[in-house]
Structures are given as structure tokens and as C-alpha cells.
Design a protein around this ligand. Structure first.
Ligand code: ZN
Length: 73
């Protein structure tokens, strides 16, 4: 069970700068509960998909129960 709320997961995702250009402007940000099948290795609780508003890079991010970022693609 996720300990942190969706709103908090969204804030964490927004607070992470674009890996490509370092901006914090996102034209699209979607945060969903992690898929059950994805639970095996990573401690992902929330799965964020972000599209940078500056360079257009799409990034996927996993956030765990404690609000830590467990991966960024
Ligand atoms: Zn960018």
C-alpha cells in the first residue's frame, strides 16, 4: 500500500528537474499507482510520466512508499 498520497507524489515528480534541460516546466504530468506486475524488483508505489514543457522530453519516474525517487527513465 502506498503511504504517500497522489498529491504528494505529483509534487515530488514536479520538483524533479528535466534530465535533459534542467527545467521544471512540464506541459504534461500524469501520476498513477504502480502496476502490480512492476512491484517485483523496484519499490515503486507511484509511476509518473512527464513531458517537459521546454524540450519536450518524455520521462518516466518511479516513486516509492517513502516519497523517494527509485528510477528515472
Ligand atoms: Zn527538458
Amino acid at each position: 500500500m502506498a503511504k504517500i498520497t497522489l498529491a504528494r507524489a505529483e509534487r515530488i515528480a514536479k520538483a524533479h528537474a528535466c534530465e535533459h534541460c534542467g527545467e521544471y516546466s512540464y506541459k504534461k504530468l500524469t501520476v498513477k499507482p504502480r502496476l502490480k506486475a512492476d512491484r517485483s524488483e523496484l519499490k515503486e508505489a507511484w509511476h509518473a510520466v512527464k513531458v517537459c514543457g521546454v524540450c519536450g522530453l518524455q520521462q518516466e519516474m518511479g516513486i516509492d512508499d517513502e516519497g523517494e525517487i527509485v528510477f528515472v527513465n
